[in-house]
Ligand binder design. Structure first.
Ligand code: ADP
Ligand code: MG
Length: 703
């Protein structure tokens, strides 16, 4: 029988468990497997054998190079390629790859942000093999390369990347969850892994049109652009049938992802025109993070093959929805049990209620930090802007759990769980469906969705490592506190019951099941004392509060020095992003928009003069009116341009770090808005033939 395409290609480019089992000597495979599954220390003795098998496999598949693939603080991945080549005495070559080369690399890479951890004069940086994420092959114009997922750290051992703290946080939450599970008698659980399924939103636009817009090229978003007559108000794109060209893109994207062993599962059109979404089936947080980076890279690569450009920016277009990443998160034991699965009757599932209470408390006590973990400059355009969850963190539990929690708080015991029942569609020929016990809430930033939490604030272009590192660490902290308390209890059953009740009662302020997009919620949240950190710059200090530092050091996730350096990196990244946007606006306004408008008003003036000359009695009021209006907007644009130039220059002189980022946020960003406004207004009155760049309509509807 002919194989289905999925069966044919799935994981063909991955050095996965099946390949290792087949190719590694039995004892080597057994040792490696133990390390991967039980977080045990890697036995370096086996590295040589693994490297050999990896090389043979890669060479058979045409690889010429290998690379340590890592995730520096830029949020994208990095690699330095080495060929397998090694000279022989007789002038030939052999192809080599040693255990040492597998385990450790020294890419130098001193130009990546380190927030001061790494001065270039002491610039050693190492990459270390992460055997928990499988190696894979990648093919591009340069040939086939064996990619080895690695962690990236400084000579002094400090993490310089996104993977290291994530791995540390996974160990932390595992350790504390295992402690708690022991109390429930689950001695068989050796570790608890964090599973993550990230849903990725993105835009596709025509590549030729893209190339005509410097703002898209340099900043990933449009910095100018008037709204077209039609936006997303009809909701006719959402889940709409997929256009041919997009369908061809999706088909190829799926195949490329499947080859990499990525469980690409669902795809559909999103709310905004030209916006789409892809969701994989969840996997371990570390692999999910690596895969999400590959998803983003592959989307960009495949788009180009179809004459398209993939935009991953959080807000490519003003006035239509932007993109995010829903980070679905849960904890699963080594025995295969999802700790966030409530079962049919959550009210008597004490273990579930304890883990639920732990997550609730963790989120309430660290709301600002969680908000920070989802921050990048692009996401500031979304959070709180009626399309994405607000910048206020709250938790949606749904009717069923909300009711259980209320029973617990009010009476001290929960005795029932509301059930979903049957769905009545009112047509006999349609099947009768079972309803979920709870409806959905799309406006909540942190929603319980059946057997996992969905953190919906995460920015579309950023790595999901940071958000999951924070989630794991804050939950580890609460589980540690709970274990401390319960391990000392005289009567476990009474103590755990009291603890659940107390935790829900103390943290119920963070539960909100209403409309998160409404203005009333903003007021209500303020009354409840929930933080509302509107911008990334407001959120960065959350990384370096004493509370955060103590917690992250306690669980060995990040040290004070690593946290402080990360805060610096974020300030710098913010300032750089806004600086590039401001400079791009200055460039486009001076070289494109203003000259185009001058040409247009000149042509209008010429027309007025010729009409007058030809027929002194003709009515030229329309031309005159447009000329007057356009000239006045042109003058406003020029004035705003001068101001933006001045403040951008001033920003360069402000002390780097928090102060500079704040200046960019308060002053430069505001001046950018002042320049955009007259230009967008001009776009509405200037003859399209004169307009120098493709419009929103061209970009959003002509794909
Ligand atoms: P929803 O309809 O709630 O969005 P889906 O079933 O479409 O749920 O899943 C959305 C994402 O959540 C997918 O990536 C899915 O694999 C992931 N997911 C499902 N269960 C879990 C879980 N237990 N832990 C983490 N992610 C999960
Ligand atoms: Mg979802």
């Amino acid at each position: 029988m002919k194989k289905n395409v999925i069966e044919e290609v799935f994981a063909m480019d991955v050095f996965n468990d099946a390949v290792m089992k087949e190719r590694l000597p039995k004892p080597v495979y057994a040792k490696l497997k133990k390390t991967i599954e039980n977080d045990e220390e890697l036995d370096l003795e086996i590295a040589g054998a693994v490297a050999h098998a990896m090389k043979e496999w890669a060479l058979e598949r045409g690889a010429t190079h290998y690379t340590h693939w890592f995730q520096p603080m830029t949020g994208i991945t990095a690699e330095k390629h080495d060929s397998f080549i090694s000279p022989t005495k007789d002038g030939g070559v052999i192809l080599e790859f040693s255990g040492k080369e597998l385990v450790k690399g020294e890419p130098d890479a001193s130009s990546f942000p380190s927030g001061g951890i790494r001065a270039t004069f002491e610039a050693r940086g190492y990459t270390a093999w992460d055997c928990t994420s499988p190696a894979f092959l990648r093919e591009d114009a340069a040939g086939v390369t064996l990619c080895i997922p690695t962690a990236f750290c400084a000579y002094t051992g400090e993490a310089l990347d996104k993977k290291t703290p994530l791995l540390r946080s996974m160990e932390a939450v595992s350790k504390q969850a295992v402690r708690v599970l022991k109390l429930f008698g689950h001695d068989d659980v050796t570790n608890v892994s964090c599973s993550v399924g990230p849903e990725q939103e993105y835009f596709l636009v025509d590549k030729e049109k893209y190339l005509m817009r410097e703002d898209l090229i340099f900043t990933g978003r449009t910095l100018f652009g008037a709204m077209p007559p039609k936006g997303q108000e009809l909701d006719d794109h959402y889940f709409g049938s997929i256009k041919e060209r997009i369908a061809a893109f999706m088909k190829e994207l799926n195949v490329e992802l499947w080859k990499l062993g990525i469980l690409a599962k669902t795809q559909h059109n999103e709310v905004a025109p030209a916006q789409h979404e892809m969701a994989p089936i969840y996997s371990t947080a570390n692999i999910a993070t690596d895969h999400n980076q590959l998803v983003m890279e592959t989307m960009k690569k495949v788009a180009k093959r179809h004459g398209l450009e993939c935009l991953l920016h959080e807000k490519p277009f003003a006035g239509v929805n932007g993109s995010g990443k829903h980070d679905n998160w849960s904890l699963v034991t080594s025995t295969g049990k999802n700790l966030l699965d409530p079962g049919k009757t959550p009210h008597d599932n004490i273990q579930f209620l304890l883990f639920l209470a732990a997550v609730l408390k963790a989120v309430d006590e660290n709301a600002g930090l969680l908000r920070m973990s989802a921050s990048n400059p692009g996401n500031d355009h979304r959070l709180g802007a009626n399309e994405a969850p607000p910048a206020i963190i709250s938790v949606f539990l749904g009717e069923q759990l909300q009711d259980v929690v209320a029973q617990l708080i009010e009476t001290g015991t929960a005795t029932s769980s509301k059930q979903g029942g049957k769905l009545n569609i009112g047509v006999n020929t349609l099947p009768s469906l079972k309803k979920d016990a709870t409806d959905r809430n799309r406006t909540s930033p942190f929603a319980f969705t059946g057997n996992k939490f969905e953190f919906r604030m995460v920015a579309s272009s950023m790595s999901i490592a940071g958000a999951n590192t924070v989630l794991n660490t804050i939950v580890a902290e609460v589980l540690a506190e709970m274990a401390d308390e319960l391990e000392g209890a005289e009567d476990f059953n009474v103590a755990v019951h009291d603890l659940i009740k107390k935790t829900f009662a103390e943290h119920q302020r963070v539960i909100f099941n209403g409309n998160g997009y409404s203005d009333e919620w903003v007021e209500e949240a303020a009354r409840r004392g929930l933080p509302n950190l509107k911008t990334m710059v407001d959120a960065i200090p959350e990384l370096t509060t004493e509370k955060t530092i103590t917690m992250f050091e306690k669980h060995h996730v990040l040290s004070r020095c690593e946290l402080e350096s990360r805060a610096e990196i974020h300030y710098e990244a913010y300032a750089k992003a806004i600086n590039i946007e401001a400079k791009t606006m200055i460039d486009m306004a001076s070289k494109k928009y203003i000259p185009a408008v001058i040409k247009y008003v000149t042509s209008l003036a010429d027309s007025i003069n010729s009409v007058k000359a030809a027929c002194p009695a003709a009515d030229i009021s329309v031309q005159t009116e447009i000329l007057t209006k356009a000239s006045s907007l042109l003058a406003s644009a020029k004035a705003a341009l001068a101001k933006l130039e001045a403040v951008t220059a001033e920003a360069a002189g402000v002390e780097e770090g928090k102060e500079q980022a704040t200046f960019f946020k308060d002053t430069v960003f505001a001046a950018m808005g002042e320049l955009r406004s007259p230009i967008d207004e001009l776009e509405m009155i200037v003859d399209k033939a004169f307009w120098p760049v493709p419009s929103y309509g061209d970009l959003l509807f002509e794909v």
